[in-house]
Ligand binder design. Structure first.
Ligand code: NDP
Ligand code: MG
Length: 337
């Protein structure tokens, strides 16, 4: 069994007296900046002037500066820019300030694993990757809880990199939930596989295709929505809290029998072959190359896919039904995003 680090394994003293720069005040950035500050760490923030996130940072009491300025002032820089823009900002604004003794930190291993960023040998390079979305990271911390973190050390000239990573994780609330040590390669490859095959890609494809099947067969879209989307939350909570056995114990015997006999018919030998192929593309760097090229050439395909995803039938019926569930805070993509 891998060691799980907890509160007692981490000491905030490895961050005391240091200035931590959070570069990018987005989904992860706003949570890191506020959790660390509430944990007594000195935090500065870098954001682009004029953006919505810049305003949010100001509202939270930060004085956002440029990445260059933050890189100059900070002892530890946590890079929380979108993965596909990190290399450019690093080269132009951060690299010139990466002096000996500083620490460069990431919340995902992409740019180090695929060598888009190659830091100088005399700086520490660590990862603290919360296993959950940024907004949850902040909510859980405020509620006295945390989200499990992965930590990794890529370069360690100071010989203290792991202690610093654990301290950072503690300040985020991660050690409250459990911290595992990994490598940049393992985190990057498993993270991409998880989001492509199940968490985002696989799950979205199942929701979309099962919704379509029901609606094409003449069932009401509203009923289809409840069945293939809304109920997911209840099922997922059961699985997360007690595993597949607990979920199967809680649902009816009829549902449990249907699960054992029908589920495997969906994940066929062909599906497994495709999973392996997706993993191979992650391991050999071809997915990373494809995504970097897509972004560099204007992201036309990406934007078209995003538009198509947002305007399909299930996304039209969903908001109407969610509006009726007054206990749920309505969520939606902000205008212009
Ligand atoms: P977001 O896109 O939510 O946030 C990035 C922020 O950086 C935005 O506010 C963006 O501004 C800002 N930004 C862009 N360019 C610059 C610049 N030149 N100088 C300063 N700020 C800039 O990213 P995420 O939080 O989703 O991702 C950050 C990192 O965290 C990634 O490595 C990701 O893989 C990792 N991660 C993300 C998770 C998540 O749940 N989102 C989970 C775990 C890890 P604007 O939007 O205004 O352009
Ligand atoms: Mg974003």
């Amino acid at each position: 069994m891998a060691k799980v680090y907890s509160e007692k394994d981490a000491d905030l003293k490895y961050l005391k007296g240091k200035t931590v720069a959070i570069v990018g005040y987005g989904s992860q950035g706003h949570a890191h900046a506020q959790n660390l500050r509430d944990s007594g760490i000195k935090v500065i923030v870098a954001e682009l002037p004029g953006t919505n996130n810049y305003k949010l940072a100001v509202k939270a009491g930060f004085k956002p500066m440029t990445a260059r300025e933050a890189a100059k002032k900070a002892d530890l820089l946590m890079i929380l820019l979108p993965d596909q823009v990190q290399a450019k900002v690093y080269a132009s604004e951060i690299a010139p300030e990466m002096k000996k003794g500083k620490t460069l930190a990431f919340a995902h291993g992409f740019n180090i694993r695929y060598k888009q960023i190659v830091p100088p040998k005399d700086v520490d390079v660590i990862m603290v990757a919360p296993k959950g979305p940024g907004h949850k990271l902040r909510d859980q911390y405020v509620a006295g809880m945390g989200i499990p973190n992965l930590i990794a050390v890529h370069q360690n000239p100071s010989k203290q990199a792991k202690k610093v990573a654990l301290a950072y994780s503690k300040a985020l609330g991660g050690t409250r939930a459990g911290v595992l040590e990994t490598t940049f390669s393992e985190e990057t490859e498993t993270d991409l596989f998880g989001e492509q095959v199940i968490l985002c890609g696989g799950l979205s494809a199942l929701i979309e295709s099962s919704f379509e099947t029901l609606v094409k067969a003449g069932y009401q879209p509203e009923i289809a929505y409840y069945e293939v989307c809304h109920e997911l939350q209840l099922i997922i909570n059961l699985i997360v809290e007690g595993g597949l056995s607990w979920m199967r114990y809680s649902v009816s015997d009829t549902a449990e029998y249907g699960d054992y006999t029908r589920g495997p018919r969906l994940v066929t030998a062909e599906t497994r072959k495709e999973m392996k192929k997706i993993l191979k593309e992650i391991q050999d760097g071809s997915f990373a190359q494809e995504w970097i090229t897509e972004w560099k050439t204007g992201a036309k395909n990406f934007k078209a896919l995003r538009k198509k995803g947002r305007t399909q039938p299930i996304e039209v019926v969903g908001p109407k039904l969610r509006k009726m569930m007054t206990w749920m805070k309505p969520k939606g993509v902000p205008k212009g995003e």
